[in-house]
Write a protein that binds this ligand. Structure first.
Ligand SMILES: [Zn+2]
Length: 71
């Protein structure tokens, strides 16, 4: 299975040096992935200018679809 990276290049400074970070429930951004539960957010960060290029949840399938859902 190929790992997909949504961004490979910084749209702000053009750097291709992208770092991966993790944001946990307490809104703390870390560089480690620990724990199996919680609302983990995966962050792709430009290592040159520090811009957050993309945020992805770790388990997107856990969230209910909007299309068919009712509010
Ligand atoms: Zn950048």
């Amino acid at each position: 299975m190929k790992k997909q990276i949504p961004v490979t290049r910084c749209q702000y400074c053009g750097s291709e040096d992208i770092g991966l970070g993790w944001q946990h429930g307490e809104a703390l951004v870390t560089f480690k992935c620990h724990g199996l539960f919680g609302n983990r957010l995966r962050l792709y960060i430009c290592r040159r200018c520090g811009a957050v290029l993309c945020q992805c949840v770790a388990e997107p399938y856990k969230f209910p679809p909007v299309k068919n859902g009712r509010y």
